[in-house]
Design a protein around this ligand. Structure first.
Ligand SMILES: Nc1nc2c(c(=O)[nH]1)N[C@H]1C(S)=C(S)[C@@H](COP(=O)(O)OP(=O)(O)OC[C@H]3O[C@@H](n4cnc5c(=O)[nH]c(N)nc54)[C@H](O)[C@@H]3O)O[C@H]1N2
Ligand SMILES: Nc1nc2c(c(=O)[nH]1)N[C@H]1C(S)=C(S)[C@@H](COP(=O)(O)OP(=O)(O)OC[C@H]3O[C@@H](n4cnc5c(=O)[nH]c(N)nc54)[C@H](O)[C@@H]3O)O[C@H]1N2
Ligand code: SF4
Ligand SMILES: [Mo]
Length: 700
């Protein structure tokens, strides 16, 4: 840490920004600026009514990350063998020349599609994250089918409503029952708890939560509903069964706003709490209590998360849980309805940022989550096209975060693969690169952000100078474009010009206006947000019977067993069911102190999280002869992982939880948790079933 001594309090300037990380909260930030190079504390903006003055602990101490001694400062070239971690410092011009030369070489050998620009959401800034598309469109490099995060969840939600939007997230504070389903906001999006606990304090609202372990959110809930991983469809069906059975279904609403309510009612006759209990492991009484609470509370707000959709049946589970709000008609009331993400409300035109005019639909799209299969030459994964011989990577750390890690590592070890990683830290992906380029943080460049879990567009201007020779993503993409002969208006524009252009094209004002106002509230009116003018289908009716392959979602193709998806909400048994050889089900739920693999370099997060562990029920542990703190091995056909056991009775028998994502190097033998997760595509539009793994466990 090179943080300087604090000047007296009154001298501290506050800069306004937005959290750039891949978190639905997208908090409005007030950043202490100590001098042109140094920040102090980071606080949640009080004058933003969603952030409401609260941020998570890891971002409050962002100075630890911003001023970390391990920040990359200069371009590096690998000098030792692949993975030797031996690099030498080189100049920017030399580095960019080498990258351009290697990308051109790949293009000459196997065509432009053998270059794969690979990115993700290390920054959610629209300029710095999405500008890489402009380069790939103009050069006709392989496309990026982004699947690792949202696909099952978003397609499940859109299957019912027809789009990704819902009740105003601030309405949670006006709810009488907040159902927090398959998200752990205490760890992953802290502001949900702000609004939910506000409702409890101010109006005596109840909080129910559905999860696979007694995490921080479940501990705060009035009614925690503990299920086995991948069984939420069964729980949702039983809840709806009870609602129909007990006369709690709103038939006036169902007749007006839904497609097949009578078929649904008949179909659910056999899906009673006894049936669900056998699948979910949840006691019948808990299911009945949950259904009663929902049936008796008009203003029920379903806050549906990502976690419960990270299973092979995840999209169907999301749709089933969402369907409950249509059965009770909760959508009609302020403080009621459902919400997952606001993606479809912003209507932003990113044409210059992304270079959409140069998009060619004939260019193949490669599945992000299948990077292991792609780099190791799987013909299906390559979609019949040429091998990938060059990767240009920004904002992501696939060696840690991608599923089927053994294959990913094997792919990156290829001697004939060129890899450039543009990063803030020497991540495990950067370690196996040929060229490593140092990147700015959000505090060191201009960008614009939009909420996932709320409805604001926010500005994040440059607040401090970049350290060393760090450059931002846009500048690096533009400098490469020049060397690659790629021409587009967007390369010559500054981030500020791109932001202004996007706002004007989108009829969202101008950069100057955004600077003056700090954020833009894009909340649609009540009628629209609650779909009282109809759901987003030609007949305006919520779909209990989705047409799965045709769900509106930006996907170039369908994936997985789409044709087997349930016609009506159901328990779809395509998960990795435990068997004699693999008696346990493992979920890799996010740890509080990390954000994916970000922050696992900061000392406080490391100290708080201690070491990679797996939570196991004490009775299961006893049966396996495992004591608290023992080193254990988890395994399945994809590989083995060594970590330490933590005995915990807040999971169902047969369920294991390994909070993630630790660096692979933190594990006893360097194999990270994603050694165990699969990259087989999830229906209907791909994705990774990170919480859906059958494994065995034994004492090491
Ligand atoms: N601290 C922290 N914050 C994060 C992240 C992080 O890694 N760490 N990641 C960020 C990113 S990229 C995203 S997309 C969001 C995701 O945030 P969330 O929507 O919260 O989704 P997940 O974090 O995947 O999982 C949430 C919860 O789902 C539970 N879960 C797993 N399987 C099941 C299941 O089958 N049924 C039910 N009911 N629950 C299940 C997990 O145990 C976990 O507690 O969080 C963001 N915020
Ligand atoms: N086992 C398991 N695996 C998971 C998950 C899980 O729940 N369990 N969650 C999955 C999910 S939801 C997601 S979204 C993925 C996320 O996976 P990733 O998108 O890879 O997220 P991070 O690991 O946080 O890596 C982001 C990287 O971007 C870098 N970065 C940040 N800002 C910038 C910038 O401005 N420029 C450049 N060049 N680099 C920048 C950061 O330093 C960081 O190393 O992981 C997935 N993997
Ligand atoms: S809660 Fe999420 S958006 Fe808010 S500061 Fe933390 S990581 Fe950023
Ligand atoms: Mo994510």
């Amino acid at each position: 840490m090179n943080q300087t001594v604090r000047p007296p309090k009154q001298a501290i300037r506050i800069g306004h920004s937005a959290c750039p990380h891949d978190c639905p909260s997208t908090c409005a930030l007030d950043v202490e600026i100590l001098d042109a190079h140094t920040i102090g504390r980071v606080r949640g903006a009080r004058d933003n009514d969603y952030t409401a003055g609260v941020v998570c602990a890891k971002v409050a101490r962002y100075a630890e990350r911003e001023h970390h001694a391990d920040r990359l400062m200069h371009p590096l070239q690998r000098v030792g063998g692949k993975g030797s971690r031996e690099f030498r410092r080189i100049g920017w011009d030399d580095a960019l020349d080498i990258v351009a030369e290697q990308l051109l070489k790949a293009e000459t050998h196997h065509g432009a599609e053998s270059v794969w620009p690979y990115y993700y959401a290390g920054t959610m800034g629209l300029v710095m994250r999405d500008g890489i598309h402009r380069l790939r469109h103009v050069k006709k490099y392989s496309g990026f089918h982004s699947t690792i995060c949202v696909n099952p969840a978003w397609s499940g939600f859109a299957a019912g409503t027809g789009k990704i939007a819902g009740s105003d997230p601030r309405e949670m504070a006006k709810s009488d029952l907040v159902v927090i389903w398959g998200t752990n906001p205490v760890n992953t999006q802290v502001n949900v708890m702000t609004h939910a606990t506000h409702a409890r304090k101010e109006r005596g609202a109840k909080i129910a939560a559905v999860d696979v372990y007694m995490n921080g959110t479940m501990a705060q809930a009035d009614l925690p509903v503990l299920v086995k991983p991948g069984t939420d469809g069964a729980l949702a069906c039983a809840v709806m069964h009870c609602l129909f059975r007990d006369g709690k279904a709103d038939w006036a609403y169902l007749d007006k706003y839904t497609d097949a309510p009578r078929e649904l009612e008949a179909h659910l006759k056999t899906r009673d709490p006894q049936w669900a209990s056998a699948i979910t492991g949840t006691p019948v009484e808990t299911i009945e209590e949950f259904a009663r609470l929902i049936g008796d509370t008009k203003r029920t707000y379903f806050r549906l998360g990502y976690g419960f959709a990270r299973s092979r049946n995840g999209a169907a589970n999301m749709h089933a849980a969402l369907s409950i709000a249509a059965v009770t008609g909760a959508w009609q009331y302020e403080g009621g309805g459902a919400f997952h993400n606001n993606n479809d409300i912003f209507g932003l035109n990113k044409s210059l940022i992304e270079g959409t005019d140069a998009f060619d639909p004939k260019v193949r799209m490669l599945d992000q989550s299948r990077i292991g299969a792609i780099l190791t030459g799987d013909r299906d994964a390559l979609r019949g096209g040429p091998p990938v011989d060059a990767l240009f990577i920004q904002n992501t750390n696939p060696l840690s975060v991608a599923p089927d890690q053994t294959l990913v590592k094997r792919g990156f070890a290829r001697d004939d693969l060129f890899v450039c990683v543009h990063e803030q830290f020497m991540t495990e992906t950067a370690e196996v690169a040929d060229i490593v380029l140092p990147a700015t943080t959000f505090l060191e460049h201009d960008d614009i952000y939009r909420g996932g879990g709320h409805q604001y567009i926010m500005l994040g201007p440059k607040l401090v100078e970049p350290p060393g020779e760090c450059r931002n993503n846009h500048d690096v993409v533009a400098a490469l474009a020049e060397r690659l002969g790629a021409e587009h208006e967007g390369f010559g524009m500054s981030p500020r010009e791109l932001i202004d252009d996007m706002l004007r094209r989108s009829k969202r004002g101008t950069l100057a206006e955004l600077e003056a106002n700090k954020w833009i509230d894009c909340q649609p009116p009540f009628e629209k947000a609650h779909y009282l003018d109809g759901f987003n289908w030609p007949d305006g009716k919520f779909r209990f019977k989705p047409d799965w392959p045709k769900v509106p979602f930006r996907s170039p193709y369908t994936s997985g067993p789409v044709d087997d998806m349930p016609v009506l909400p159901d328990h779809w048994n395509v998960v990795e069911t435990a068997d004699a050889e693999h008696p346990f089900r493992l979920a890799t739920s996010p740890a509080r102190g990390f954000l994916n693999s970000t922050f696992n370099e900061t000392p406080t997060s490391q100290a708080n999280e201690k070491r990679p562990t797996v939570m196991i029920h004490p009775d299961d542990a006893a049966e396996q002869g495992i004591a608290d703190g023992d080193e254990v091995v988890l395994g399945n056909r994809r590989g083995e992982v060594r970590l330490h056991a933590k005995l915990f009775d807040g999971v169902r028998r047969g369920v294991l939880i390994a909070e993630s994502i630790w660096p692979n190097s933190a594990y006893v033998d360097g194999r990270g948790i994603n050694t165990l997760t699969g990259a087989d595509a999830v229906a209907p539009f791909g994705g990774a079933a990170f919480h859906d793994n059958k494994v065995w466990v034994r004492k090491a």
